[in-house]
Design a protein around this ligand. Structure first.
Ligand SMILES: *Cc1c(COP(=O)(O)O)cnc(C)c1O
Length: 385
């Protein structure tokens, strides 16, 4: 079969090797603790499921939904943004429903990127940014995230000729995979850069509600001038354990959202209205539904960090997200070698940093998407080897 060049140029699936190894070991009867998955193990809160059951049965929801999202869902988003971030949004023009934020993050390139255009992409990072850039014919320019710079891209290091041609920039805080959070100053630098170089900012904010020690992460839109230069992608996936439901949204610049909506109306027909109704319920009740989820992660993080520290590992406790990004403790081993060593000898599955780009070399990512007891057992298994 002659696949398109678009498909042929795709990098190999980063988890292929790890998946193969997992299958092999499982076939041999090895009991694995899988901390490599970025998908909550907790179920969607019961009241959201209850709302969905009722919404499903309503015939008016069985027809094509409005392209831009139901008015009810968009109003819930605007209300939640005001309450949570103090950001005012016009639900008609500054909110767009998405079939999961990944859908919007991928489609945005078709609206703004022409062949040869530069897109600034953080590395290590979510693979969708560079892949979707290339699908649209754009050229990803990688912005490395270094520990010494708090895993924020150093915008001063972007060469002038690149900055001038940068059509779009992706940023993602709280960050996957590094678990870093952004401060106000960084977001201000981004707005300044965007205005100077006429670059569209896409902030992926999927993890803003998974935070620790009551330190709430910021919205990019809280920065003065941000709404003129960018949009923020949000998702109910991580906030409410709804990854399988496929519901997210983009908020911010009406002009930018208009471009994204134009693409969407030509490739999809919106998310099932019943799911949007359940999503509305979730956002309306966020303050009641999310504390228990955060508490679970806080418990897991505290226990796991303590266990790792006791073993003499150097760990930076994450401030947000459900990841722990740790330097490979064995000198001389690559991320991939170390991850293989862990799975073969302890049955603990982690993601090698390089799965998120070469800049992830020297790190591994643990997901806190397993019960506390499993995390403690994982630490003790690692200690034994
Ligand atoms: C999980 C995740 C998302 C959310 O994806 P959905 O399509 O909304 O499920 C977005 N960005 C990053 C970096 C993620 O890890």
């Amino acid at each position: 079969m002659n696949y398109s060049k678009r498909i042929q140029q795709l990098p190999p699936y980063p988890f292929a090797e790890l998946d193969k190894k997992k299958k092999e070991l499982r076939a041999k009867g090895k009991n694995l603790i899988d901390l490599s998955i970025g998908d909550p193990d907790l179920p969607t809160p019961g009241p959201i499921v209850g709302c969905m059951k009722i919404a499903c049965a309503q015939p008016e929801h069985h027809r094509y939904p409005p392209y831009e999202g139901t008015q009810q869902f968009r109003e819930a988003v605007a209300k939640w943004y005001l309450k949570r971030f103090g950001v005012k949004l016009d639900s008609q023009t500054e909110v767009l429903a998405l079939i999961g934020s990944k859908e919007g993050i991928a489609n945005i390139h078709y609206a703004f990127v022409d062949p040869g255009d530069i897109v600034l992409v953080p590395t290590p990072g979510y693979p969708v940014y560079p892949v979707a850039t290339k699908f649209a014919g754009g050229l990803p320019y990688l912005m490395p995230l270094h520990k010494t710079h708090n895993f924020l891209p150093d915008l001063k290091l972007i060469p002038d000729n690149i900055a001038q041609k940068a059509k779009l920039m992706h940023i993602n805080y709280p960050n996957n995979p590094t678990a870093a959070v952004a401060d106000r100053k960084f977001f201000e630098e981004v707005v300044h850069f965007a205005k100077k170089h006429q670059t569209i900012i896409c902030h992926d904010a999927a993890y803003t509600e998974i935070y620790y020690d009551n330190q709430k992460p910021l919205s990019f839109l809280q920065t003065s001038g941000a709404k003129e230069v960018g949009i923020e992608f949000h998702s109910l996936s991580k906030t409410f354990n709804m990854t399988g439901w496929r519901i997210g949204f983009a908020v911010g610049s009406a002009e930018i959202l208009k471009g994204l909506a134009k693409i969407k109306t030509n490739v999809d027909s919106g998310q099932f209205a019943a799911i949007q109704e359940a999503g509305t319920y979730a956002l309306d009740h966020e303050e009641e539904l999310t504390p228990v989820i955060r508490k679970t992660y806080q418990d897991r993080r505290d226990s796991f960090v303590e266990a790792l520290k006791k073993m003499g590992f150097k760990v930076n406790p994450p401030k947000a997200s459900f990841y722990l990004w740790m330097e490979v403790p064995t000198t001389g081993a690559t991320s991939s070698q170390y991850a293989t060593h862990l799975v073969e000898n302890s049955g603990v599955v982690v993601t090698p940093g390089t799965a998120f780009g070469e800049a992830g070399e020297g790190f591994i990512r643990f997901s806190l998407t397993a019960p506390k007891e499993k995390l403690i057992e994982a630490a003790s298994r690692i200690q034994k080897i």
